[in-house]
Design a protein around this ligand. Structure first.
Ligand code: HEM
Ligand SMILES: *[C@@H]1O[C@H](CO)[C@@H](O)[C@H](O)[C@H]1NC(C)=O
Ligand SMILES: CC(=O)N[C@H]1CO[C@H](CO)[C@@H](O)[C@@H]1O
Length: 326
């Protein structure tokens, strides 16, 4: 290792410490206070999922946004009277209400069990519900670490520069994930979450209409797919229209996302750049060819994601109502 790379390595190391050491999470955290919390949450999430499929992608994405902004502390769920909370940031326009609703309903179910009332944090319920929707859509199951407290602060401003944009390239993505203690492999595995769910047309319309190229289409995009995207998203499309992010198996949590990237069928620049960039292509190829490798890396990565900025002790509370601080 040369001396130039040292500062970089040590910064990463410190970030890793911040991301992991604060967490005093345990799988059996509620063993005494609410021993059946896992099955109680699962029952509520299954019920909601049967009502609408959107429950799954909406909850999964909500967890990601919660963890990247002020840590996994359910701050994203806090409402404000003056529209200045995290959820009021424009980037949230797309956070489907069903994710919020899933947590609120699961919390109500937990609180309806006498011994569990006000014992389980909203942040933990979101973490459990996230695992449950991954399983419900065919993804891997895993043990969820618990013991997060709910935060008391949620501001629109704190979202700035903390969430990735669809137009980001690998360097911007890696930097943002590294600042949360997540590696390149974690970034690639977690991006596999785009194997389910929807996107609004404006997130990628530049890639199919106004790219700086002869035909206006991003050359890293599969031409046939680009034409299909134009059909589904005509120029003056209703901004509420959303399309499947995985055109092949949109409702299954599988490794199809990575096979799509190999064919130029990554919907966002951030997706496709994982294959275009030679630094990440090998891992995309691995995940495309070996679903076990993808699932293992995804579980490791989402477990790390769940440790980001976790609040303990007097840094937080167990919210009675997930949308309001106590
Ligand atoms: C790598 C950087 C990422 C970028 C740039 C990104 C960006 C986006 C965008 C633009 C959308 C569409 C929003 C819309 O128009 O409705 C979306 C949807 C989604 N994202 Fe990501 N995302 C990233 C990583 C992640 C991660 C790490 C997860 C979870 C582990 C995730 C889960 C989802 C899900 C499940 C949806 C579908 C939401 C729904 O159908 O309601 N994303 N993402
Ligand atoms: C797929 O990945 C798993 C987990 O890393 C590994 O144990 C297995 O040998 C791989 N399978 C193939 C066919 O390479
Ligand atoms: C689900 C939710 O609360 N979404 C909000 C995201 O932000 C917009 C404003 O930018 C609100 O209108 C949405 O209600």
């Amino acid at each position: 290792m040369n001396s130039q790379s040292l500062p970089f390595v040590s910064t990463l190391f410190v970030l890793q410490l911040i991301a992991t050491c604060h967490a005093q999470l345990r799988v059996d955290f509620y063993r005494n206070s609410c021993p059946d919390v896992e099955s109680i949450v699962r029952t509520a999430v299954e019920k909601k999922f049967l009502e609408t499929f959107v429950t799954a992608p909406a909850t999964l994405r909500l967890f990601f946004h919660d963890c990247f902004v002020r840590g996994c502390d359910a701050s994203v769920i806090l409402a404000s009277s003056n529209n200045k909370a995290e959820k009021d940031n424009p980037i949230n326009l797309s956070l489907a209400g069903d994710g919020f609703d899933t947590v609120i309903k699961a919390k109500a179910t937990v609180d309806s069990v006498p011994g569990c009332r006000n014992k389980v944090s909203c942040a933990d319920i979101l973490a459990l519900a996230t695992r449950d929707v991954i399983v419900l859509t065919g993804g891997p199951s895993y043990a969820v670490e618990l013991g997060r407290l709910d935060g008391r602060i949620s501001t629109k401003a704190s979202v700035r520069h903390r969430l990735p944009h669809a137009a980001f390239h690998l360097d911007q993505l890696s930097k943002m994930f590294a600042s949360n203690g997540l590696t390149l492999t974690d970034l690639i595995a977690l991006s596999g979450a785009h194997t389910i769910g929807f996107s609004h047309c404006n997130q990628f319309s530049k890639r199919v209409y106004s790219f700086r190229s002869k035909n206006g289409i991003d050359p890293t995009l599969n031409l046939g797919y680009a034409k299909l995207l134009r059909e589904m998203c005509p120029k003056n499309v209703d901004p509420r229209i959303a399309i499947n992010m995985d055109p092949i198996t949109p409702r299954t949590f599988d490794n199809q996302y990575f096979k799509n990237l190999q064919q130029g069928k990554g919907l966002f620049t951030s997706d496709q750049s994982l294959f275009t960039d030679r630094r990440s292509r090998n891992i995309v190829n691995l995940f495309a060819s070996n679903s076990t490798a993808f699932e293992r890396s995804f579980v490791a990565a989402i477990t790390k994601l769940g440790r980001v900025g976790v609040k303990t002790g007097n840094q937080g509370e167990i919210r009675r109502d997930c949308t309001i601080v106590n």
